[in-house]
Ligand binder design. Structure first.
Ligand SMILES: *[C@@H]1O[C@H](CO)[C@@H](O)[C@H](O)[C@H]1NC(C)=O
Ligand SMILES: *[C@@H]1O[C@H](CO)[C@@H](O)[C@H](O)[C@H]1NC(C)=O
Ligand SMILES: *[C@@H]1O[C@H](CO)[C@@H](O)[C@H](O)[C@H]1NC(C)=O
Ligand SMILES: *[C@@H]1O[C@H](CO)[C@@H](O)[C@H](O)[C@H]1NC(C)=O
Ligand SMILES: *[C@@H]1O[C@H](CO)[C@@H](O)[C@H](O)[C@H]1NC(C)=O
Ligand SMILES: *[C@@H]1O[C@H](CO)[C@@H](O)[C@H](O)[C@H]1NC(C)=O
Ligand SMILES: *[C@@H]1O[C@H](CO)[C@@H](O)[C@H](O)[C@H]1NC(C)=O
Length: 489
């Protein structure tokens, strides 16, 4: 009895001590984390506003946040401005990227801002595009499933692996599966799709759900996807982390500890956000996926115009073969094996040749962009439809998104607090910069009017007319004077 009491007392004491220790551990970790994050934030480069940030430097670094539509900028703007010989080799593929080796002028990549440590920072201009975080999460979910579903032609994963090995040794190109973050997201979804298919076949279960975002027997439901540790690792707040240089793909050694701290202690996110905002302030251009027309116009006028005046816009290759090769090897061409795909690259290669043969201007660039984007969208849509057929009856569309419960949307928002704030910030900077651009374009128009030959002619005519009138007046005066003189005489 006595002993039992003593034991209980001892246990309580021990429990107390233990919880105190763990509380102090948590506190220590917080202190440690705060120091780590603070140190990182204050030592981050590029925090002062740069003087000439609106001037294009030698190297253009397109920081491509996944699922923001950067691929259309790459194909429909940048490829028309830069010949592929000016593109940094293996842009999208960190493992094989080596900027020191080549004197390249264009780098387009999903790698994060820490890439700057490998680049001549003084000679580099950075551009990026941001998107509403909720749409970005939806799009990431849909795209990782879309790409994974292409593999469902195979009977099982062993067969997928064998095929992948053969393909890799044959092509040596960059595929979606080499590119961060798809190299994690696609295999994850691929395994998941095969497991669900096997389970369906075993149990003969079929979906009773009509909500494509919650169709458990076919694909991983959205709410499950967004709560997985993998999604927390690489999707949520992804834009902020990428711009801060803190993705789990970072070059920076301390990035991983900073990430761990920020994921664990939410309040430390503020530091990361501040760094990301300052980086945006220093970029040459920040577009918005939602304001697609305005963003494209601004890109053409801010970035395009300067690339053109740098006189590196290429008269590039008359040889179709060259363009085909570059299309295959250095673009983030998402690998698949279908005839639509082959048609797609043929179309865009042909357009590239056409555009590059002309003498480029901002107006022509916009025209080429419009044509290019509509054909790119068409082939993307075909590819998507073909792929999603394999997971029917699940089908992702704008209408189906409307059925996603509010709770899930709220959850996405709260998982992406940093990105939500960064996006708001980018929106307000964008509208300022856009207004400024419109003002400048108007001024330029006025200049052109003053300079144009028609108004110059009319100015000359006016001068001519005035001098004639003056001359007539003078003659009139002279004649009158002579008359008065005559009269006097
Ligand atoms: C996977 O598919 C291949 C090709 O159909 C077949 O030969 C192999 O036995 C399958 N493996 C398993 C583990 O089912
Ligand atoms: C799914 O079914 C519910 C009723 O069961 C209906 O209200 C809803 O519109 C359907 N959604 C779709 C995408 O068909
Ligand atoms: C990055 O995230 C993926 C997915 O969670 C994980 O498999 C991988 O190991 C991570 N890499 C690093 C360097 O943390
Ligand atoms: C384009 O071609 C012309 C004539 O072949 C050449 O003079 C010019 O330097 C070229 N421009 C570029 C950017 O290569
Ligand atoms: C593409 O698919 C066809 C069958 O549709 C197959 O015969 C061919 O080997 C595949 N090629 C590659 C490179 O996977
Ligand atoms: C690809 O192009 C060929 C002709 O160029 C056409 O016959 C074929 O239907 C196209 N395939 C797809 C899937 O669009
Ligand atoms: C999926 O939806 C799209 C557009 O909403 C439609 O074009 C496509 O045919 C649908 N696919 C299937 C398999 O129902």
């Amino acid at each position: 009895m006595d002993c039992a009491l003593k034991c209980v007392a001892l246990l309580v004491l021990l429990g107390c001590a233990f919880s105190k220790i763990s509380a102090s551990l948590v506190k220590d970790d917080y202190e440690h984390c705060k120091n780590t994050v603070n140190k990182w934030a204050s030592s981050s480069p590029d925090l002062e506003v740069k003087e000439e940030k609106h001037r294009l430097r030698d190297l253009l670094f397109f920081l491509h946040v996944p699922r923001t539509g950067g691929r259309t900028y790459f194909h429909c703007f940048l490829r028309k401005l830069y010949s592929s010989s000016l593109e940094c080799p293996r842009s999208y593929d960190k493992l094989r990227f080596d900027p020191s080796k080549h004197n390249c002028r264009l780098l387009v990549t999903h790698d994060d801002y820490s890439m700057m440590s490998r680049l001549p920072a003084e000679k580099t201009s950075v551009v990026t595009i941001l998107r509403n975080p909720i749409d970005r999460v939806f799009s990431t979910y849909e795209f990782s499933i879309e790409v994974a579903a292409r593999f469902l032609v195979h009977p099982n994963l062993t067969s997928v692996a064998r095929m992948a090995g053969r393909l890799r040794s044959k092509q040596g190109g960059v595929s979606t599966l080499d590119i961060w973050p798809w190299k994690y997201l696609v295999p994850w979804m691929r395994e998941d799709l095969f497991a669900r298919r096997d389970a369906r076949e075993l149990q003969g279960l079929y979906s009773r759900s009509n909500d494509s975002y919650n169709m458990e027997d076919t694909v991983m439901p959205l709410h499950e996807y967004i709560n997985d540790p993998i999604a927390r690792d690489i999707i949520h707040n992804g834009a902020t982390f990428q711009i801060a240089g803190l993705t789990n793909n970072s070059y920076l050694a301390e990035a991983h500890e900073v990430r761990r701290c920020v994921l664990k202690h939410q309040t430390l996110g503020e530091y990361v956000l501040e760094v990301a905002k300052k980086r945006l302030d220093n970029m040459l251009y920040v577009g918005l996926t939602e304001d697609h027309r305005e963003s494209a116009t601004m890109f053409a006028n801010v970035v395009g115009a300067q690339v053109i005046s740098q006189k590196i816009a290429s008269n590039y290759s008359k040889n179709p073969e060259d363009n085909d090769i570059s299309e295959e090897s250095s673009s983030p061409e998402y690998h698949q094996n279908s005839s639509t795909d082959q048609n797609a690259s043929k179309i865009s290669a042909a357009q590239i040749i056409n555009a590059k043969n002309e003498h480029m201007t901002v107006g022509r660039l916009m025209e080429a962009y419009e044509t290019c984007i509509s054909s790119l969208r068409r082939t993307q849509k075909q590819r998507r439809t073909a792929s999603l057929k394999r997971i029917s009856p699940a089908n992702f569309s704008k209408e189906a998104r409307l059925d996603v419960p509010e709770v899930v949307l709220q959850q996405i928002k709260s998982l992406n607090i940093l990105d939500m704030e960064l996006y708001r910030y980018a929106q307000s900077s964008f509208s300022k910069q856009h207004k400024q651009m419109l003002r400048q374009l108007k001024l330029q128009e006025k200049d052109i009017k003053l300079d144009d030959p028609y108004s110059a002619a009319s100015r000359n005519f006016l001068l001519f007319a005035i001098s004639i009138i003056l001359l007539l007046l003078f003659i009139g005066l002279f004649v009158k004077r002579r008359r008065t003189l005559k009269l006097k005489l």
